[in-house]
Design a protein around this ligand. Structure first.
Ligand code: SAM
Length: 282
């Protein structure tokens, strides 16, 4: 284990989510670099681990990196943890890991809890491609501008949102993304009040404003990506005239002929005509 930095995720609520390997590493290393030592002590006490702690907070990260590096180069094994979840994911650690990479110090990441991935997995939104956006800017004008920049992003978007910003973030999203964009508000994951709310932005905002959705605790907001198909679909919507022609032909001809003729005459999408004939949603 010597001269190695271990990146150790810790639970985001439920202590049972710690892995066997994480516990084993936390026991064996010489030092645990932790964001809030009081917070991490609770976790360590729970699992009867008495490895010494080293304060490593976002505000002192740059100053503390050289100290940790010298310990690593002397042969120490160090575990990096944050208050909850995976270190470096909106938590301290980037400068340390970057320095280790530049200096050739071994870095070993452990897999484990991460609120973003946990929320995404239950969101019901596409998971094959997604963007982790972390926290949005807290100043409204900057936030609106940022949202405008990502308006066209087609991948599923994952945001961390503090309870103080939640209402304003939803309002700004309605303005920029439109009221119909689908969102999933995931709250207090792995904890007693874990809850998942789904709906279009205007609906979720309305429920939050009327106190039907609580925004207390910790929240991940998963937002559907911009849907080109929906846009295309809208553009391709069958006009009244086309529908009239389909209805007329359908009285006289089999569906296959109707589809062929309407596609040829009106130049519309074959599938749309088919769906219209079957009275499915288009
Ligand atoms: N490193 C952490 C991770 O891997 O998820 C994230 C740390 S970031 C400072 C804290 C934010 O993560 C919270 O404001 C919230 O958006 C999200 N978060 C953390 N724990 C959560 C939980 N149990 N349920 C929902 N969101 C959570």
């Amino acid at each position: 284990m010597s001269s190695t930095l271990y990146i150790v995720p810790t639970p985001i609520g439920n202590l049972e989510d710690i892995t066997y390997r994480a516990l084993s590493v936390l026991r064996k290393v010489n030092l645990i670099a932790a964001e809030d030592t009081r917070h991490t002590s609770l976790l360590l006490n729970h699992f009867s681990i008495n490895t010494p702690l080293f304060v490593f907070h976002a505000y002192n990260e740059k100053k503390r990196v050289p100290v940790l590096l010298s310990k690593l180069r002397l042969g120490h094994a160090v575990a990096l943890v944050s208050d909850a979840g995976t270190p470096l994911i909106n938590d301290p650690g980037y400068c340390l890991v970057r320095s280790c990479c530049l200096l050739g110090v071994r870095v070993v990441p452990l897999p484990g809890a991460c609120a973003a991935i946990t929320a995404l997995s239950a969101s019901g939104l596409p998971t094959n491609r997604f963007c982790f956006e972390g926290f949005l800017p807290s100043r409204q004008r900057v936030r609106i501008n940022y949202l405008r920049k990502i308006f066209n992003e087609t991948r599923t978007l994952i945001f961390y949102v503090s309870k103080y910003d939640m209402l304003n973030v939803l309002r700004d999203m309605v303005v920029v993304f439109g009221s119909e964009r689908y969102v999933v508000l995931v709250r207090e994951l792995t904890k007693m009040w874990e809850s998942i709310y789904r709906g279009v932005l205007k609906e979720v905002l309305d429920r939050v404003e009327h106190g039907q959705i609580s925004i207390r605790g910790e929240i991940v907001l998963v937002v559907a990506g911009y849907c080109i198909n929906k846009q295309k679909k809208r553009e391709e919507m069958l006009s009244m005239e086309v529908r009239y022609i389909i209805d007329l032909l359908a009285k006289e001809l089999p569906y296959r002929r109707v589809i062929d003729l309407v596609v040829k005459i009106c130049g519309v999408n074959k599938n749309m005509v088919y769906k219209y004939l079957l009275k499915e949603e288009i």
